[in-house]
Design a protein around this ligand. Structure first.
Ligand code: SF4
Length: 96
């Protein structure tokens, strides 16, 4: 018996496998995007530091979420953990 006569290799079986594979790839891609959207970068990965880079600091970055007072630690939309208003990282983006 050659593969053409083998029921495991019918056109229907191949198409069914292709559809299942495409569905699995789509589902995995969605899960990956969701996971990435929910995670922030680590301070180390973004080379975060508690000191400004010249006049560039978190308090004038569009990603900064201030704390209760101007001097209080805040947070960042893209970097995990508590963030100093006088910190800085590679993702710095000035407010316009
Ligand atoms: Fe600070 Fe970087 Fe977050 Fe901007 S992106 S607020 S510079 S930690």
């Amino acid at each position: 018996m050659n593969d053409a006569n083998n029921p495991r290799f019918t056109r229907r079986a191949v198409l069914k496998g292709a559809v299942l594979l495409a569905t699995a790839v789509t589902a995995l891609s969605g899960a990956t995007q969701q996971a990435l959207a929910g995670n922030k970068a680590s301070k180390a990965a973004m080379q975060y530091r508690d000191k400004p880079n010249g006049k560039k600091e978190c308090s004038n970055c569009i990603q900064f979420v201030p704390g209760k007072t101007p001097k209080a630690m805040g947070s960042c939309k893209v970097v995990a953990g508590k963030i100093s208003p006088h910190g800085w990282c590679l993702a710095y983006a000035p407010k316009s």
